[in-house]
Design a protein around this ligand. Structure first.
Ligand code: NAP
Length: 284
């Protein structure tokens, strides 16, 4: 049995995603400069995973973080994920140790099961519990889980008598993928599970959406900023757009200042209708 953890808190509600980074040597210096720029302008939340670039994204992020300074580690919130096929008790521990080594970050603020895989939830939870006890992770959670999976996960937590519970579910959530609004979002609110929206730009599609661009122009904003402001319209949702371009990284960061009014939200509901029935969890 572990001591209860402090509540999961984020330094900002917008962070930087790193999928598709750390994959090619040719892009490395450009990507490193982009992450370094993000740190310079204030990004403190970073999302990565052992599978991104087969560890390459974690290594790249680690290099930028080392230059930022180990003494400032406390300012950061680093999220990584265990690959489902690694998520046995011992596999989870080994995967986390390897992620921390690549990131050079001493511990992870949040460690997620990337999606449900072949190992039983209790196995993964035992790994998470060991990592918590050793101070290698501050919080754990899941990704791509629907309500039924979260309920089963909670049952596994209870069976193990854990004092800590999944603090976060990272899910696909953007204007083009609103399925979680039907049930999952409310369930997570009721059960203290943080919602982290991945692919908030619809993998880039929303940034070039003509209707969005027209609506955004009235506010002197870009389509990307409007999509990101929408994904953060509820104070309890965190969003993690990815970009390897310093100008876009700045543009996305400024979306935090864009508060949408009731009329704009209604127009967005018309363009991208909310779900009217339960549907299978959307994933990219
Ligand atoms: N848990 C999971 O299963 C899961 C799944 C998917 C993603 N994620 C996480 O969520 C993060 C974000 O999702 P994502 O990378 O799939 O997609 P996204 O953030 O929705 O979109 C990223 C794409 O949009 C482009 N972009 C970014 N800012 C832009 C702007 N201001 N204007 C125009 N284009 C812009 C990027 O290109 P440039 O880089 O060239 O700017 C990139 O092609 C990932 O990086 C990853 O960390 C998690």
């Amino acid at each position: 049995m572990n001591a209860p953890a402090s509540a999961l808190q984020f330094p900002a509600r917008l962070g930087l995603g790193t999928w598709m980074m750390g994959e090619s040597r040719a892009a490395r210096s450009r990507e490193l400069a982009a992450i370094t720029h993000a740190l310079q302008i204030g990004y403190r939340l970073f999302d990565t995973a052992e599978i991104y670039g087969d560890g390459g994204a974690e290594r790249l992020l680690g290099e930028a973080l080392r230059a930022f300074g180990g003494a400032r580690r406390g300012e950061l919130c680093i999220v990584s994920k265990v690959k489902p096929s690694h998520a046995s008790r011992h596999g989870t521990i080994a995967a986390c140790e390897a992620s921390i080594e690549r990131l050079g970050c001493q511990y992870l603020d949040l460690y997620l099961l990337h999606w449900r895989g072949p190992h039983g939830f209790e196995q993964t939870l035992q790994g998470f519990a060991d990592l918590l006890q050793r101070g290698l992770i501050r919080h754990f959670g899941v990704s791509n889980f629907d309500v039924e999976e979260l309920q089963r996960w909670r049952e596994a937590e209870r069976r193990l008598g854990l004092a800590s519970a999944a603090a976060c579910n990272q899910v696909y959530y953007c204007l083009e993928a609103r399925g979680i609004e039907f049930e999952l979002l409310d369930w997570q609110r009721a059960h203290g599970v943080q919602t982290m929206a991945y692919s908030p730009l619809g993998r880039g599609e929303l940034a070039i959406h003509k209707g969005l661009a027209r609506l955004a122009a009235r506010r002197g904003a870009s389509a990307a900023q409007l999509a990101l402001a929408w994904s953060m319209r509820d104070a309890d949702v965190v969003t993690i757009p990815k970009s390897s371009d310093p100008r876009r990284i700045e543009e996305n960061w400024r979306a935090r200042e864009l508060a949408l009014d009731v009329q704009e939200l209604a127009q967005l509901d018309e363009m991208f209708p909310p779900p009217r029935s339960r549907r299978p969890l959307e994933t990219v």
